[in-house]
Unconditional design. Structure first.
Length: 345
C-alpha cells in the first residue's frame, strides 16, 4: 500500500476518515506536494458546492483539537504561504512524542477565515492525535491580514540558549547540537552525504544542553584553551562536539594532549595520524568544494582514534606515507570509552 492515500473529505461523523493520510516523517517532498495539491483541490470543490462541514472553531478559547477538527478548520483557509515539509515534520515529531506545549500561541480566524495556524492544523491531521491549543476567532478583519503574521525574527536554538542563560558560545553550541549531536545520536550523521532527518527545534536544543552539561565545559575548553586546534579543524561546531566526545570517553588531560599536538604540529613524527589530520584539514579547498563540518569532524575523530590506539599512518611499498582518508560508505568514526579502562576502574 502506498504511503499516501487521498480520500473524499467526509462530513463530521463517527465514520470519519482523513482526507489526506501520509507519513510526514518519511514522505518525499514531491509526494507531499502532490498530496497537498489534491487535498486543496478537494477542499475548493466542497467550499464551492456548499458541502463543507460547519467550522468547529466558533469562539475564542482553548480547544482540544482532534484530527477531524483540524481538517475542517483547514477548509476555511483564507490563504497561506507554501507549507513547509520540514516544519510539518518537526510539529508531528513533537505531537507524537507527547511534547506539545500549551504555549498560548494562537490559531487565528478572522471573518470566518483561517489566517494563522495552517501548519499546526495540518500536523494534527497527519499525526492522527489531539492537541490542546488556543484559538482566536474574533481577530478584526483587515486587508492582507496574512501578511502581518510571523514578521519578526524567528527563534533559533541559539536564541533559546541565550534566554536560558547560556551566552558566549551559545551560537556555536547550538549549531553543534542541531547539525551534529542530535544526528550523531540517531545514526543520521554522514561523512559526506546526509540522510533525511527532521529539523531540530530550539526547545530540543535547550533540553539537549540541559541534559548534557559537559557540552558547555567542552565548548569553553576548546574555544578558549585549544583555539589553535579549533583553527586547524576549521569548524568551531565540529571542534566543540569533538572535545565533548573526547572528554566523555576519556578525560580533559587526553583532550589537552591531542589538541596541543594538533594545534601546534610540533615534534610530530612523519607517520603520526595527528600530522595526517593537520595536512588534510588545512589543505587548500577547491572553489565550490568546501569541506562540510561533519566531514571535518570525521577526519579529526579518525585521527584521534588512531592516535589513542597508538597506530601510525601506513606506508606504501615505496615507503611513502599514506594520507588520512575516509571511505564514502564507512561508518562515522565514533570516539567511545575503552571497555578495558572501564573494567580497570
Amino acid at each position: 500500500m502506498s504511503d499516501i492515500s487521498i480520500m473524499a473529505v467526509a462530513a463530521a461523523s463517527p465514520a470519519w476518515q482523513p482526507a489526506i493520510a501520509l507519513d510526514a516523517k518519511t514522505v518525499s517532498a514531491q509526494a507531499f506536494a502532490e498530496a497537498l495539491e489534491k487535498f486543496w483541490t478537494a477542499v475548493k470543490k466542497r467550499i464551492a458546492n456548499g458541502s463543507a462541514p460547519p467550522n468547529p472553531f466558533d469562539h475564542d478559547g482553548w480547544y482540544d483539537i482532534t484530527p477531524e477538527m483540524a481538517e475542517i478548520g483547514l477548509m476555511y483557509t483564507g490563504g497561506n504561504r507554501e507549507i513547509s515539509l520540514p516544519g510539518i515534520r518537526t510539529a508531528v515529531f513533537d505531537i507524537d512524542s507527547g511534547d506539545w506545549a500549551e504555549t498560548g500561541e494562537s490559531i487565528c480566524f478572522s471573518d470566518g477565515k483561517l489566517w494563522q495556524g495552517h501548519h499546526r492544523l495540518l500536523s494534527v491531521l497527519l499525526s492522527g492525535k489531539t492537541i490542546r491549543n488556543y484559538v482566536v476567532t474574533s481577530a478584526p478583519p483587515r486587508k492582507n491580514l496574512f501578511a502581518y503574521y510571523d514578521q519578526h525574527v524567528r527563534r533559533k536554538g541559539s536564541h533559546a540558549l541565550q534566554v536560558a542563560g547560556w551566552n558566549g558560545a551559545g551560537r556555536i553550541i547550538a549549531k553543534a547540537i542541531e547539525h551534529i549531536a542530535v544526528r550523531y545520536d540517531h545514526d543520521a550523521l554522514g561523512i559526506q552525504k546526509q540522510v533525511r532527518f527532521r529539523p531540530v527545534s530550539p526547545r530540543e536544543t535547550l533540553v539537549y544542553l540541559e541534559t548534557h552539561p559537559d557540552f558547555e565545559k567542552a565548548a569553553q575548553l576548546m574555544l578558549a584553551s585549544y583555539s589553535d586546534a579549533a583553527d586547524v579543524i576549521r569548524s568551531k561546531a565540529a571542534a566543540v562536539f569533538f572535545a565533548w566526545k573526547v572528554i566523555d570517553a576519556h578525560d580533559t588531560a587526553t583532550l589537552e594532549e591531542f589538541c596541543v599536538a594538533l594545534g601546534s604540529g610540533a615534534n610530530l613524527d612523519e607517520d603520526s595520524p595527528i600530522l595526517a589530520a593537520r595536512n588534510k584539514l588545512t589543505a587548500a579547498e577547491a572553489p565550490g568544494r568546501k569541506m562540510a563540518d561533519r566531514t571535518r569532524l570525521a577526519y579529526v575523530s579518525k585521527a584521534f582514534i588512531m592516535w589513542n590506539c597508538k597506530q601510525k599512518m601506513p606506508r606504501s611499498r615505496g615507503g611513502k606515507i599514506a594520507p588520512l582518508n575516509l571511505d564514502l560508505d564507512e561508518d562515522f568514526p565514533r570516539i567511545v570509552r575503552d571497555p578495558l579502562a572501564n573494567a580497570a576502574e
